[in-house]
Design a protein around this ligand. Structure first.
Ligand SMILES: Nc1nc2c(ncn2[C@@H]2O[C@H](COP(=O)(O)OP(=O)(O)OP(=O)(O)O)[C@@H](O)[C@H]2O)c(=O)[nH]1
Ligand SMILES: [Mg+2]
Length: 270
């Protein structure tokens, strides 16, 4: 019995918070209950409502809770990269990223990490846009932005997953560690898209698990029009840069191989 592993053993759940004092105690308890072996890392950007201090109080009575304090609000993506680094350095074998506002149901955590544990996937996306996935409470406008954003990114970057803008994901630690964090455009939506893009291009096996997404319970949204426009521009930029790199590589290869094998059609591929 002693070598029986608790669900979530080796898993670090990274939870960025900005003004989530009302949500934090409840969501922290629910996460730890859903994954009895996991560690919870709260990454707080010096929330004015005292979320960081509350996290410290929770950590003082529960050794499974850790807190990363950052000096000020620098955006979700930066908070995640910082938290990922801390968890990787601490020896996490898998990592979960999720919101603190109850949009991501802690009850789904075991299903989210199962494909990683069973070695069927390297990145699992909690997906609203596969069979069985749902969005509750959102108005038409927010639904459209999210859905169209995912479709846009999917087409422009030719990616397979249907939900590219969601932020409820599980990572194999080695997969996450293989992605250089430098140069990630760490905004809101675009951070989610870019990390999945980078993982896919690194050959990661990406799975989608259906989730029911709910609007935040309490507190206010940090979503803005600027974040959406940034996402669209960065998606185009990512593809543009990729195509340019590819063209450069091809012209270099043509240049080096110029004197050999230049028969009709040589060097061409579809
Ligand atoms: N540390 C940190 N956390 C952030 C920051 N911005 C957002 N968060 C947290 O990231 C998670 C998602 O942010 P939300 O504001 O819920 O963004 P959203 O889910 O796109 O929008 P709403 O649910 O409509 O508010 C929540 O847990 C936030 O508290 C930030 O700059 N720093
Ligand atoms: Mg939210």
């Amino acid at each position: 019995m002693t070598d029986q592993k608790a669900a979530g053993d080796g898993t670090w759940v990274v939870l960025p918070t900005y003004e989530e004092a009302e949500n934090l105690p409840g969501i922290a308890g629910a996460i730890l209950a859903a994954l009895p072996g996991a560690t919870l890392l709260v990454v707080d950007d010096n929330s004015p409502d005292g979320t960081g201090q509350l996290a410290d109080e929770l950590a003082a009575i529960n050794p499974r809770i850790r807190v990363r304090h950052r000096p000020g609000k620098a955006g979700l993506g930066r908070a995640y990269l910082d938290g990922f680094r801390v968890a990787l350095d601490a020896g996490a074998t898998s990592l979960v990223q999720m919101d603190a506002d109850w949009s991501h149901d802690p009850g789904t955590l075991p299903a989210l990490i199962a494909p990683i544990t069973d070695d069927r996937a390297d990145l699992v996306i909690g997906s609203r846009y596969v069979r069985g996935g749902r969005v509750l409470d959102w108005g038409l406008g927010r639904r459209l932005i999210s859905r169209l954003g995912s479709i846009f990114a999917r087409v422009v970057l030719s990616l397979r997953p249907n939900d590219l803008t969601g932020g409820f994901k599980a990572w194999r630690a080695t997969t996450l560690a293989s992605i250089p964090f430098d140069g990630v455009h760490a905004g809101g939506y675009v951070f989610q898209i870019e990390m999945t893009y980078r993982a896919s291009r690194h050959g990661a096996r990406v799975h989608e698990v259906p989730i029911t997404f709910q609007d935040r319970r309490v507190g206010h949204s940090k979503m803005s029009r600027r974040i959406i426009v940034e996402a669209l521009l960065v998606v185009v930029r990512l593809r543009w840069d990729e195509l340019r790199r590819r063209r450069l590589r091809r012209s270099r290869a043509d240049h080096h191989g110029g004197s050999s094998g230049q028969g009709p059609g040589a060097g061409r591929s579809a």
